[in-house]
Structures are given as structure tokens and as C-alpha cells.
Design a protein around this ligand. Structure first.
Ligand SMILES: [Zn+2]
Length: 313
């Protein structure tokens, strides 16, 4: 059963972000309009639209129904905040080096995406859809809305704690980076239900950043910056007094490859701890901590990718 309080979008669905407040105060003349899809003012070269999927009633109960009228439970709000902050880190890295000086950042909320799939016959796909199916359905719904551009990253926030086929999330198998397919953005998903159920809010935050930044890093850029084509190797795992502290791109990849070591479920993509931007080793570590602070290599990779995406003057 899913709660569906967000069947239609009204003016009250507009999300007020820190950027809205800045605009209202007149502090950022270059900032773009922020709103639900269809209400955007113009294309931005750095544009992320974040869509809530349906949230089960039991999850609403867990959050005391906070945000239910807008289909926006607290972890979704957190995910949006940290994604915006991650790009602010990238832009400040770039601007300290006099790069991307005129790029506007726009992070906004999109309209609710409808799940589960409307399959006529019960099947594995309708009960536990694969990552590809989830992202295909998501892509098709976004396409029907006729919004965004090839510079838009579309991020779906899912609530499917037991969907082992989706895992903690991932990018669309073929439309996985902005600017890769003509006229199309990129599609990615983070399974907030899974990260919240199996791990923690800190892991949810980092995976939201992680799955978004995948759409802004290509293998050749990763290799030019980090020496390997793997995005995850751009991350860091740094020993502190009492923990191993993991950055977003390393999250779900920094621990030993077994259950409940690091994140409860480890990722299945590429990663080599010896090739990480920094990995201090996990021997003897019994606590993992998570920081939303991006590694310098991650900031540099996203900066380079964005520089490539810019239209010619
Ligand atoms: Zn990944």
C-alpha cells in the first residue's frame, strides 16, 4: 500500500530552498527560478531535478507523517539539501581556480513519480523491479512531461527497502551521464528506503550525492584525475581516532566486501582500495563514519566534466 497525497501539483508544492530565499532577498541576481517541473524559467548548465517516488504508509508512520501532504519525508529533504551542497563544493573548488565562474547551479524538486509498475500480471518485475525497469519507468514519466534538457540530471528518490535488484540505487544503464544522449538528460536513482532501513541517514545523504555525481563523471575524466576509469576510486576513506570516515563517492565501496562491513550492503560496481584517492585501510576498524565533504579528486572530476559540457562561445 502506498500513500498518495500528492496526486496533483499545486502552488503549495513549490519547494522553498535556500536559493529561493537568496533570490527573495535580492542577493543572487543570476540565480534561476526554482520550482516543480514545468515552472522552470530557463535551462541551466548545472541542473538537477529531484523527484519523490511513492512512500509506503509504514514509512510515513516512522517519520510521524512529517511532510506527507507534500510527499516529501525528512530523508528526501535531506537528500536534496546535500546534493545542492555537494555542487556548491564543486563550484567553490572550481572558482578558487578561476574555472566555471559563470555557471549557475539549479537544484529543484520535480513532480512525484508513480510506482509501482502497472503490470497486468504479477511478476518479479512488478513485485521487485530491476534497476533498469525502475529507471526506464522513471525516464518514461519524465519524458512525458517534456521538461529538462540534455544538461539536466533527473534524480529519483525511491522507497523500496527490500528491492535487492535496485540495491541502494544506480544510474540508468544507457542514459547515465548528462550530455551523453542528444536532447536527453541523465537518469539516476537512490533507494532512500533501503539506505534508511539498512543503514543510516548519513549513508542516505552520501548515496544521494554519490548517485547524482555519477551522472557528472565519465570514465575518461575519472582516469585523467584519479588514474583509473572508476568513479568510486575518486573517493576517500580516512582513519580518524575512532572510525574510518568515508566520502560520498567511496560510500558503499570502502569496507571489506562482505555483509555489514562498512555499509550493510556493499556496492557491486568497480572499486579498488589501492587506487582510491585515499584509503587508509579497514583492518581493525569497527566503526564507519560518513562525511558529505567531497574529495578533491571528486571535485576536480566533476569540474572537468562540466567544463566539457559548456556550450562553445
Ligand atoms: Zn556508484
Amino acid at each position: 500500500m502506498t500513500a498518495d497525497p500528492d496526486g496533483k501539483v499545486t502552488a503549495s508544492d513549490r519547494l522553498v530552498t535556500r536559493r529561493d530565499v537568496i533570490v527573495a532577498l535580492g542577493g543572487a541576481a543570476a540565480a534561476s527560478t526554482v520550482g516543480v517541473d514545468g515552472v522552470t524559467a530557463r535551462e541551466a548548465p548545472l541542473h538537477v531535478r529531484i523527484y519523490p517516488g511513492p512512500v509506503p504508509l509504514r514509512a510515513w508512520a516512522r517519520y510521524r507523517f512529517e511532510g506527507m501532504s507534500r510527499n516529501w519525508p525528512p530523508p528526501f529533504g535531506d537528500a536534496m539539501t546535500v546534493v545542492e551542497e555537494a555542487f556548491e563544493q564543486v563550484l567553490s573548488h572550481a572558482r578558487e581556480r578561476s574555472r566555471l565562474t559563470d555557471v549557475d547551479l539549479r537544484v529543484e524538486r520535480g513532480r512525484r513519480v508513480r510506482f509501482p509498475l502497472s503490470a497486468a500480471e504479477p511478476s518479479l518485475e512488478s513485485v521487485v523491479p530491476s534497476r533498469r525497469t525502475v529507471l526506464d519507468v522513471f525516464r518514461d514519466q519524465v519524458r512525458q512531461r517534456d521538461v529538462g534538457s540534455e544538461t539536466t540530471c533527473h534524480l529519483l528518490l525511491c522507497w523500496a527497502p527490500f528491492n535487492f535488484r535496485l540495491g541502494y540505487g544506480g544510474t540508468h544503464p544507457s542514459i547515465d551521464r548528462v550530455g551523453r544522449v542528444d536532447g536527453e538528460g541523465a537518469y539516476t536513482a537512490v533507494n532512500v528506503g533501503a539506505t534508511a532501513f539498512w543503514d543510516s541517514r548519513a549513508v542516505t545523504r552520501n548515496m544521494a550525492i554519490h548517485e547524482t555525481l555519477h551522472t557528472f563523471i565519465s570514465p575518461d575524466v575519472a582516469e585523467a584525475v584519479g588514474g583509473t576509469p572508476c568513479d568510486h576510486n575518486l573517493g576517500t576513506a580516512v582513519r580518524t581516532d575512532d572510525a574510518l570516515r568515508i566520502s560520498p563517492m567511496a560510500t558503499a565501496y570502502a569496507g571489506p566486501n562482505r555483509f555489514d562491513a562498512g555499509t550493510r550492503w556493499e556496492g557491486r560496481g568497480c572499486a579498488d582500495h589501492d587506487e582510491f584517492h585515499r584509503h587508509d585501510g579497514h583492518e581493525g576498524v569497527d566503526r564507519y563514519a560518513y562525511t558529505t565533504r567531497l574529495s578533491e579528486a571528486t571535485c576536480e572530476a566533476v569540474t572537468r566534466y562540466l567544463e566539457r559540457q559548456r556550450p562553445l562561445p
